[in-house]
Design a protein. Structure first.
Length: 575
């Protein structure tokens, strides 16, 4: 539920803070006092579109803050985890800031979030029903959604399965359509695939071959330099270069000299050991150099062969990949595609079977969903008629019809082909008859504004038992209603308020009298500035406000007494 609302520098609102109660919270005020402004502020908390025009003249930014006690439902907790919001303490604080320069900032529990994240979390927090929302009752998709919600987990689980099956079926159809590409295009593609695959296969590439060839090419290209370096090094280490002793000769001489004087000072022993170790290493290095020198190959023909091979590999790299491994991966893909095209008929048969299989699963689940919906729709129609009877529409008849739209190439259902979407195969229509003896006709074509308002209220009363939202907001849902009907609507709102927190903007004193908390919205002018203020009313102030709603600006003893009687009656009804 909505615990607290804070609005600052928003349109005509300079600064207000509302602590809201459980039950039915009523907002009243003169026409133009700013009730719609307050609801506009709340709509931004739901992720509504922001505009710099909302910022109060002269202010740098507008701020809306809302504190909610939140649902413990697993779906809500999972959503909070997905968007990185901690809701374990049982509350969520949402802040929306709109700067005069157009900048828009959203936060949930101090964390910056996107508007889309706000929109995703809003349905778990509150639902707002505007003055014209009853018009959505005439939308077939909205009507279908109402039936599904009323049907509960049984219908909603079936709908989820249908949605998944629909996506499987659609993907299978797309694969089939792509496989049935233009015949000429297929033949051309076949030629290209065969040429490309042959080009790669004829090269007989081996993983790592390019690196090994490059190393061998460098050795062959510089064989003379490598041979000369190895020969000179071998001579200097082992045989001498003709101008003097070798490194090995010098080390032998040092060894002999140190061994001769070692008896005079054994402290030279570690040094002698180092020289001997160097002697062994130099001798081994010399042998290695000799072997390396003897193995060096002078082979211009092999070098030319390697250069030609690397040129061929580079040509393939430019066409198919950066490395031999990538080229071989391309070859695998080409081979798979070639196989599919060469076995076109087999592939088409397989894809057709896949479409048939996924379509059969979808058809079965869609029919189960349709049956469950029709059962729920029958119960819903009866429930709505019961509620409308309590709302002074006792003769009203409600029926819900189900049809499927036939479509060439649609989903096969028995002998028919029908349009299907992720919500199933059903198209529903709410039929309505307000008076005995009148035929049932589409709701939007026969119901008046007041009748639509009461029908919508009846539905919200019923759905209040099945949804998990904590707060419902009604903006002048009583439009077009008066007399006994107004009292019936007031009692119905009070009944919803017993189950959910309700915020209701109203012009009807009957509705206002049912409030568990009553707030007055007023427009004041101060220092040549106009501002909207909201204040919670005391019991005596409530009497005066309801008297104003009954008679207008002039209050008399009669209207005040009438207001008190109305409040007393409301208290008795709510007991």
């Amino acid at each position: 539920m909505l615990l607290e609302l804070y609005v600052k520098n928003f349109a005509l609102i300079e600064e207000i803070r509302l602590s809201l109660e459980e039950g039915l919270n009523i907002l009243t005020g003169e026409t133009g006092a700013g009730k719609s402004i307050l609801l506009d502020a709340l709509s931004l908390i739901l992720g509504g579109r922001a505009s710099s025009e909302f910022v109060r003249q002269g202010a740098a930014k507008a701020t809306i803050e809302a504190l909610f006690a939140v649902s413990t439902s697993p779906d809500f907790q999972e959503l909070c985890e997905d968007i990185g919001i901690d809701s374990e303490e049982g509350s969520i604080a949402i802040v929306r800031e709109i700067s005069a320069n157009g900048k828009n900032v959203c936060r949930i529990n101090g964390r910056l979030v996107t508007v889309q994240m706000l929109k995703s979390i809003a349905p778990y927090l509150l639902h707002m029903h505007g003055q014209h929302e009853h018009q959505t009752l005439t939308d077939p998709q909205e009507q279908l959604q109402i039936i599904d919600l009323f049907g509960g987990d049984t219908v909603l689980d079936l709908r989820e399965r249908v949605s998944q099956s629909y996506h499987d079926y659609r993907a299978a159809r797309i694969r089939l359509r792509e496989a049935r590409a233009d015949e000429q295009t297929r033949i051309q593609r076949l030629d290209i695939l065969r040429f490309q695959l042959a080009e790669i296969q004829e090269a007989k590439l081996r993983p790592g071959e390019e690196v090994a060839l490059d190393e061998e090419r460098r050795r062959l290209a510089h064989s003379e330099k490598l041979h000369s370096a190895a020969q000179r090094s071998y001579e200097r280490l082992y045989t001498g270069d003709g101008r003097g002793a070798s490194a090995l000769d010098h080390l032998n001489t040092v060894t002999t000299d140190l061994e001769a004087v070692l008896r005079y000072d054994e402290g030279l022993l570690p040094t002698l050991e180092l020289v001997k170790t160097a002697l062994y290493h130099v001798e081994e290095a010399a042998h290695n150099l000799r072997a390396y020198r003897d193995d060096i190959e002078f082979n211009p023909a092999r070098l030319s062969q390697i250069e030609e091979r690397l040129t061929g590999i580079n040509r393939l790299r430019k066409k198919y990949g950066e490395s031999i491994d990538e080229i071989l991966d391309v070859a695998d893909r080409l081979e798979t595609e070639l196989h599919n095209i060469e076995h076109y008929e087999e592939n088409i048969e397989r894809l057709l079977a896949d479409v048939k299989k996924t379509g059969s699963v979808l058809a079965k689940q869609a029919l189960l969903l349709s049956k469950a919906r029709q059962e729920a729709a029958t119960r819903l129609a009866d429930a709505v008629m019961d509620e409308l009877s309590a709302l002074m529409m006792p003769k009203t008849q409600i029926a819900i019809t189900f049809t499927q739209i036939q479509e060439e190439g649609g989903l096969s259902i028995g002998e028919r082909r029908v349009h299907v979407s992720e919500s199933g195969i059903d198209r529903v229509e709410f039929l309505f008859s307000p008076n005995a003896g009148e035929p049932l006709r589409p709701l939007g074509k026969i119901a008046s504004g007041g009748e639509l308002s009461r029908t919508m209220l009846a539905l919200k009363t019923i759905l209040a038992d099945v949804d998990n939202v904590g707060t419902l907001i009604f903006d002048e849902v009583d439009t077009g209603i008066s007399g006994q009907a107004a009292m019936a609507v007031a009692e119905k709102l009070a009944a919803i308020g017993a189950k959910r927190q309700v915020l209701c903007v109203t012009h009807l004193p009957q509705v206002a009298s049912m409030a568990d908390a009553h707030y007055l919205i007023q427009k004041r002018q101060d220092d040549l500035r106009t501002k909207t203020e909201v204040a919670a009313l005391s019991p005596s102030e409530r009497v005066r406000e309801i008297a104003r709603m009954l008679s207008g600006a002039e209050l008399t003893e009669t209207t005040l007494r009438h207001a008190e009687e109305m409040l007393d009656r409301a208290r008795l009804i709510k007991v």
